[in-house]
Design a protein around this ligand. Structure first.
Ligand code: IPM
Ligand code: MG
Length: 372
């Protein structure tokens, strides 16, 4: 029996292209693993009305972790239009399968390291080494939304908050509400994960990125919990910034920041910015990590227009593979993989189109595998 059982979820679009790159590298590393394919993505929405079939959840339950590539998501009306005719008009609702995976398996930490690799022509600046901890199961992405606003929800809100009266003359049909829900335990565990990471990898600061001056209750709770957790880590300084100012500072002085923590939506936003500072989404990987399961993915989307062309940069997918190896405890393999990626980028001979090169996805993956 293999040491690990890993679910491979290529998804759709360029997901397949980059998953092939990951497999090439994993084969070269000879990780002692059994790989099982699991269905996810747009194709399954169109055919079955379910982009994340139950069989995929069942498969994941039997695995140590999952490696996911990319999927297409579309807004409500377009999603309905692309359903196969038998399924249309049944009120099926498309919900992002990756967001659901995170929630179903309580993968509460979204770990997003963004490091400027030497010699990357796309770096905004060298010496950037940021790690975003994005709370991954709560906040604005929790999925508690109303439209039209039911009268009883309106009445309940009004009974507890005067501000609601401002909307008395607006019909329910014309109000949409998306709830931003934080729990104290949710704030504490993401904060703890960030401080532990800073301690393990020697980052001197942890920056909590919220907006407590305006979004008092939720952002306020995150910041208050951050202060309490920080007392357990006297050698690490807690910095507090507002998210709007933070994006400015990230552009102005990106090398000042190390570990950053934010709730779901703010983390989503600042992690794309962090990625762009080190070359764009082609270089950004994520770990969705819970206590019992983790799913690793490149941060980029499915780029349908490039699907099957083996053109896109596999680096993000290979960095996701590296995060997976770390999580499995295969630290030495993880370090070798990162060193091989760094060496190929620094040498600059094999580059995909985004780095002004002409190598294919698999040529770049092969160059990295050759270095291992
Ligand atoms: C990400 C993506 C996803 C998210 C989308 C595709 C649902 O933007 O992983 O950052 O918002 O979490
Ligand atoms: Mg995002």
């Amino acid at each position: 029996m293999a040491k690990y059982r890993i679910a491979l979820m290529p998804g759709d679009g360029i997901g397949n292209d980059v998953m092939d790159a990951a497999q090439l590298v994993l084969d070269k590393l000879a990780l002692d693993a059994e790989y099982v394919h699991a269905d996810i993505g747009w194709e399954f929405w169109c055919q079955e009305g379910e982009p994340l079939p139950q069989r995929t959840l069942d498969t994941l339950k039997t695995c140590d972790c999952g490696l996911f590539a990319a999927i297409t998501s579309k807004p409500k009306e377009e999603a309905e239009a692309e359903l196969c005719p038998e399924l249309q008009g049944q009120g099926l609702i498309y919900r992002s399968p990756i967001v659901r995976l995170r929630q179903t398996f309580d993968l509460y930490t979204n770990l997003r390291p963004c490091k400027a690799f030497k010699g990357n022509p796309l770096n905004y600046r060298d010496n950037i080494d940021m790690v975003v901890f994005r709370e991954n199961t709560q906040g604005l992405y929790v999925g508690v939304e109303f439209h039209p606003l039911p009268d009883e929800v309106r009445a309940a809100l009004k009974a507890h908050n005067d501000r609601m009266g401002v909307f008395d003359n607006v019909p329910g049909e014309d109000i949409a509400v998306s709830c931003r829900i934080f729990t104290r335990a949710g704030c504490r565990r993401i904060m703890r994960a960030a401080f532990e990471y800073a301690k393990t990898f020697g980052y001197p600061t942890v920056t909590v990125v919220e907006k407590p001056n305006v979004v008092r209750e939720t952002s306020g709770m995150m910041v208050r919990e951050a202060r309490k957790i920080a007392t357990d880590y006297p050698d690490i300084e807690l910095w507090e910034t507002n998210v709007d100012a933070m994006v400015m500072w990230m552009v102005k002085n990106p090398q000042d920041y190390g570990v950053m923590v934010a709730s779901n939506m703010f983390g989503d936003i600042i992690s794309d910015l962090a990625a762009q500072l080190v070359g764009g989404l082609g270089f950004a990987a994520s770990g969705n990590i819970g206590d019992n399961l983790a799913v690793f993915e490149p941060t980029h989307g499915s780029a349908p227009k490039y699907a099957g062309q083996y053109k896109v940069n596999p680096t993000a997918m290979l960095l996701a593979t590296k995060l997976m190896l770390d999580w499995l405890g295969e630290t030495e393999m993880a370090q070798r993989l990162e060193a091989a990626i760094a060496a190929v980028i620094e040498e600059g001979k094999v580059r995909t189109y985004d780095m002004q090169g002409d190598a294919s996805t698999l040529e770049m993956a092969q160059a990295i595998a050759d270095r291992l």
